[in-house]
Design a protein around this ligand. Structure first.
Ligand SMILES: [Ca+2]
Ligand SMILES: [Ca+2]
Length: 412
């Protein structure tokens, strides 16, 4: 840590006395082994010098001189760390939901400094453009800092230099502050803020690591950056937004530090839906087909006889619902309206197959399970092992999962 010294006081001195005072001050500056490794801003370095001599007439003189130096604030790049890691949520619409990223910012200046906060979008994908909401707390922020003079009575209590102003804060640190000392995070139990000499800081918890004179007591704050996903470009594909946080000391004119990169992801489900049919008495061989639980269904070329013919009159439909997106879908419901002038629904024939292909019979009555037949429409809530009751919204289908619904009709 560099030091700057500002001369704020002095006197008209005889050359001899002045030289003594300056030599004393130089010793003070040039003997770091005897001094703190870092000195807090606003520390008053008060140096008293006294000369004594005999002017040759036998008269003793002892002129006295004092000079006070105030240590300046030296802005330094803060420490900026990601507190919450990469986050993932399901996209639900333009700029929703917002994901909150948190960062810790820790002072490294030697006193109360003002820091500007700037989130930087370093990349995004599958969106019209991710953006940021208002930071909390808003930029700029202030972080206090001071330095240890000594332990007092254990490992919770420190003396620190007075900041020259008894205002209830020591270089910006008070009982609401979170501070970092030698890498340990602590809260403040109490402070004694004296106008001169030394002040005192008492921690709530004892230090584990050793602390030496000159170690920084640095305030830390947590910054929340709200990240908005923008509007999705391609359904079924995730949105990503990558960002960093840059923090500049010296109210934006001092050294800066930028956090590591953090990527948020908004998943998006996408349902593909396909209906197939088979005649339960024959095997279909036309069009596109799917084999489900060893039975083949087709999307074309299936034939059947009217029920009055006595054979080949039962058709079985199979609906395949696949989530091919990156996120789950919700409120998944299937409805199918039958051409009742040509077919009759086979009572009790609805079966729901869950994501593990396990069958679940669905009663034709409304409100007692996840589906019903209310002529001319079949309604089935789907998703999960036990989808929600059909009087409400449908269920959730996980990314990559497939569910099925089947039912039968006879040809009139
Ligand atoms: Ca103060
Ligand atoms: Ca039912």
């Amino acid at each position: 840590m560099k030091k700057k010294f500002t001369k704020i006081g002095g006197a008209t001195l005889k050359a001899f006395a002045l030289s003594i005072a300056l030599i004393a001050l130089m010793v003070l500056v040039l003997s770091p082994a005897a001094q703190a490794t870092t000195t807090a801003a606003n520390t008053k370095i008060i140096n008293n010098a006294r000369a004594s001599y005999n002017d040759g007439t036998g008269t003793q003189y002892t002129p006295y001189s004092s000079v006070t130096v105030t240590v300046s604030l030296v802005s330094a790049a803060p420490s900026v760390a990601i507190l919450s890691g990469n986050a993932t949520t399901a996209y639900t619409g333009t700029d929703t939901p917002v994901l909150n990223n948190t960062f810790t910012v820790t002072a490294t200046s030697n006193g109360l400094d003002t820091y500007t906060l700037t989130p930087n979008k370093t990349g995004d994908s599958n969106t019209t453009g991710g953006s940021f909401g208002t930071l909390s707390p808003a930029s700029p922020i202030q972080l206090g800092a001071t330095t240890v003079l000594s332990y007092v009575g254990g490992t919770k209590t420190f003396t620190v230099p007075s900041d020259g102003n008894s205002d209830g804060k020591i270089n910006g640190i008070d009982t609401t502050s979170t501070v970092v000392i030698n890498g340990e995070v602590h809260t403040i139990a109490s402070i004694t803020d004296n106008a001169s000499g030394t002040s005192t800081i008492v921690l709530n918890t004892a230090m584990v690591a050793a602390v030496a004179a000159g170690d920084l007591i640095a305030e830390q704050k947590t910054i929340t950056v709200p990240v908005k996903p923008g509007t999705i470009s391609a359904n079924g594909t995730s949105i990503t937004v990558t960002k960093t946080l840059t923090v500049k000391s010296g109210n934006g004119s001092g050294p800066a530090q930028t956090s590591g990169s953090e990527t948020d992801t908004w998943t998006n489900g996408l349902i593909s839906f396909k209906k197939y049919v088979r005649n339960t008495a024959t095997t279909c061989n036309t069009g596109n087909s799917v084999t489900f639980k060893t039975i083949k269904y087709c999307d074309a070329g299936v034939t059947g006889n009217p029920i009055g013919s006595g054979s080949n009159y039962t058709l079985e439909y199979l609906m395949v619902i696949t989530n091919s997106g990156t996120g789950s879908v919700s409120a998944a419901k299937v409805t199918d309206t039958l051409p009742t002038e040509y077919v009759n629904y086979v009572a009790g024939s609805i079966v729901y197959y869950d994501e593990s292909d396990n069958p679940h019979a669905v009663s034709d009555t409304s409100g007692n399970d996840n589906g019903n037949w209310t002529s001319p429409t079949i309604t089935v809530n789907v998703g999960g092992v036990t989808p929600p009751v059909d009087s409400g919204p449908g269920g959730n289908i996980a990314a990559g999962a497939t569910v099925h619904v089947s039912y039968q009709v006879t040809i009139i």
